[in-house]
Design a protein around this ligand. Structure first.
Ligand SMILES: C[S@@+](CC[C@H](N)C(=O)[O-])C[C@H]1O[C@@H](n2cnc3c(N)ncnc32)[C@H](O)[C@@H]1O
Length: 203
């Protein structure tokens, strides 16, 4: 049986369009069976994006990584709010990657972005100014801790890592691990059982 974090989906495709609004900007996302949060944008993702947009009013020509992009919510939203940013969206789920391509394009009318298949950082050699993650809890602690560890090493100096995690899904151990790696970890918000963390690479 395939999961939302499997490379190939054996569940029958049944695409549909869902609506989403953030800070008065409206989006339409194409979703499908076999991808994460297919019926509505995940609460945690929405909370992380709202906090991120409150923190970052203007961003120039910087490199952003949307790791574990799913059907591309984070990438599509950031591309709308920050026209100049360069976004790389990665995931292991091939169906999700196809949806991400369509969703960034359809919500922004541009194709200056890159979508790439990668298991964690396997196919990512670049460094970034910002990395965002709603980590794949179901894929297991080893995978999510690998995302944290390699995010640290793939950030430029003063680069920032943002993530969201439910308190009951191990937010405390995430916070401890991030603090160990980065030497800092700020809790930006706690909302309905979700925590949004930010770490800065001060290497
Ligand atoms: C919690 S979902 C978040 C999806 C999307 N960012 C969002 O907020 O809607 C985690 C995503 O990580 C992907 N994923 C799972 N294991 C992965 C891995 N080893 N490397 C990269 N992505 C992975 C899943 O396929 C899934 O799309």
């Amino acid at each position: 049986m395939s999961h939302y974090f499997s490379e190939k989906q054996d569940v029958k495709s049944a695409k549909k369009v869902i609506n989403y609004k953030i800070k008065d900007e409206k989006f339409e996302f194409l979703t499908d069976n076999g991808v994460f949060s297919k019926t509505k944008v995940d609460f945690g993702t929405d909370a992380m994006l709202r906090v991120f947009l409150d923190e970052n009013k203007k961003l120039g020509n910087i490199q952003i990584l949307d790791i574990g992009c799913g059907y591309g919510v984070v990438s599509a939203v950031l591309k709308r709010f920050f026209e100049k940013v360069k976004i790389l969206s990665t995931d292991v789920n091939e169906r999700a990657l196809e949806l991400t391509k369509e969703n960034i394009k359809k919500n922004n009318g541009k194709d200056d972005f890159e979508v790439r298949k990668s298991f964690v950082f396997e196919n990512i050699s670049e460094n970034f100014d910002i990395i965002l993650s709603n980590p794949p809890i179901r894929a297991g602690k080893q995978v999510i801790f690998q995302i944290y560890e390699e995010s640290f090493s793939h950030l430029n100096k003063d680069g920032k890592f943002y993530c969201v995690i439910q308190t009951k899904h191990g937010a405390k151990s995430t916070q401890k691990e991030l603090h160990k790696l980065f030497g800092n970890c700020t809790t930006l918000a706690i909302e309905s059982g979700y925590r949004i963390f930010k770490c800065v690479n001060k290497k």
